[in-house]
Design a protein around this ligand. Structure first.
Ligand code: G2I
Length: 454
């Protein structure tokens, strides 16, 4: 699913009348964002979101441009939503949820019942009192978000690591082995439309722990306990690398009649090795029909719970990494869109002359704007002859400023800003095109940018 973008300007190198519009034609192009590329494969591409970062325009810009699903990273957990017993606080979670709904993004709820991040009062309960508190918590939170959640992590991390295949010891486990099914039945009653998932880590390949989860799902299916999906967190690093049987493991769960989702993906590393692992995870999901989508656990490396391992798709400045390109390509998208004919039909009349002469180039822009900020994606298209470089000048309204640029180098940050091709995207074949982008505070350029071959 692509969210609507506002096309505000188009210009063919001074020869096409200013003010005519050339629509971006995403359907004719390979997708250029993770979300659009995943959507073309019938899947979502999501990220964990922290409510307190939403005022960071770089963060919010990438979130809105690239992702079609969000998971609140901490805001829906028990300690956040029920800080004292019977008193519920949804402020931070609602911020994420309402924003996602406004942007047409799906929401993964995380997590209703978990041994960790419990409020102190719950940590101090046991037995029937804790069981009742858990049931009330699941009921209240799932009811508050009824109809808004695509998938809920109903129970998180309930199995022990290692070779035993046993349940993890926890206060919830000590209320009785049936606590997991009680949580699932309670969630189903509160929000019948949400997919209900069991979510865990170190279950990404076949091992004692994933075998235990497998047996749980098999048992629930046999006894009619509601379960719709299994989440595979997929936190990988040198000590816990991507297993060779990752796809096979996803598939064996899917064969039980549940959906599978990659829920917290991050892979420590850098460069080609990291990119290859991300691509392999992406291909595995695409190869399993019941794999609904992939969620990465944060946007920029600096947003990660494992920041020092640089495990995400964007660097600390918000620039896409090699891993980003690898995922996008694995999804069938491309950073440099396949060139649509420069004469693709305009959306407005009169029909402009759409041929761009030899030695010329054109720039079309689409904008994603929100209060106080915007992301502009600029497509540069060569005329009837190849060019070896380009420069695009865009004029920002007073008070607006460019805060980051990708796939080009910006000169200046306000007024008329000139963007020059990067080393790898200056050469365009006749009619060929490339894309660069920039993010800014304030309002997007309101006038037509100009493209000059360089
Ligand atoms: O640990 C990685 C993930 C494993 N699977 C379940 C996820 O829910 C878990 O996420 C992490 C968050 O990314 C962290 O942000 O869960 C941690 C807690 O278990 C989160 O860390 C907590 C810190 O421990 C708190 O000190 C802090 O107040 O984040 C809180 C909010 O920033």
């Amino acid at each position: 699913m692509t969210r609507p973008r506002t096309v505000f300007a188009a210009l063919a190198s001074g020869l096409v009348a200013a003010g005519t519009f050339a629509a971006l034609t995403p359907t004719a192009d390979a997708a250029t964002t993770l979300g659009a590329a995943a959507a073309a494969q019938g899947r979502y591409f999501g990220t964990a979101v922290a409510a307190y970062k939403l005022s960071d325009t770089v963060y919010a810009g990438i979130l809105d441009r690239e992702f079609t699903s969000v998971t609140p990273e901490n805001e829906m957990k028990w300690d956040a939503t029920e800080p004292s017993q019977g008193t519920f606080n949804y402020t931070s979670a609602d911020t994420i949820v309402n924003r996602a709904i406004a942007n047409g993004q799906k929401i993964r709820g995380h997590a209703l019942a978990w041994h960790s991040q419990q409020p102190a009062w719950a940590q101090n309960l046991s037995g029937t009192a804790l069981r009742n508190a858990m049931v009330n918590h699941v009921t209240q939170v799932a009811t508050h978000y009824r109809g808004k959640i695509d998938s809920w992590d109903v129970v998180n991390e309930a199995f022990a690591d290692g070779s035993t295949g046993a349940r993890r010891d926890s206060n919830l486990q000590r209320t009785g082995n049936d606590w997991i099914e009680v949580a699932f039945r309670t969630a189903r009653a509160a929000d019948p439309a949400a997919k209900l998932c069991y979510n865990d880590y170190n279950t990404d390949g076949q091992n004692a722990k994933s075998n235990a989860v497998y047996a749980l799902v098999q048992d629930f299916k046999a006894r009619g306990v509601p379960i719709d999906c299994v989440g595979f967190q997929s936190h990988f690093n040198a000590a816990s690398p991507l297993p060779a049987d990752y796809q096979a493991n996803l598939q064996r769960f899917a064969n039980l009649g549940v959906d599978v989702q990659i829920t917290e993906l991050d892979i420590e590393g850098s460069g080609t090795a990291q990119a290859d692992s991300f691509a392999a995870v992406t291909r595995a999901c695409l190869a399993v029909t019941r794999c609904n989508g992939i969620t990465v656990w944060g946007i920029r490396d600096t947003d990660s719970w494992r920041a020092s391992g640089t495990p995400l798709l964007f660097d600390g400045n918000g620039n896409p990494k090699a891993a980003y390109t690898a995922v996008l390509n694995a999804l069938g998208g491309t950073v440099t869109p396949s060139s649509p004919p420069v004469s693709s039909p305009p959306v407005t009349s009169p029909t402009p002359s759409t041929s761009v002469p030899a030695g010329a180039c054109s720039a079309t822009v689409s904008v994603n704007a929100w209060t106080g900020g915007f992301v502009a994606t600029v497509k540069v298209t060569a005329g009837t002859a190849a060019i070896t470089g380009w420069r695009v000048a865009a004029t920002l309204p007073g008070g607006s400023a460019v805060t980051s640029t990708w796939n080009a180098t910006a000169a200046g940050t306000s007024g008329t800003v000139t963007f020059t091709n990067a080393s790898y995207n200056g050469r365009l074949t006749a009619g060929g095109s490339t894309e660069f982008g920039f993010q800014g505070t304030g309002t997007a350029p309101g006038t037509t940018p100009t493209c000059t071959p360089a």
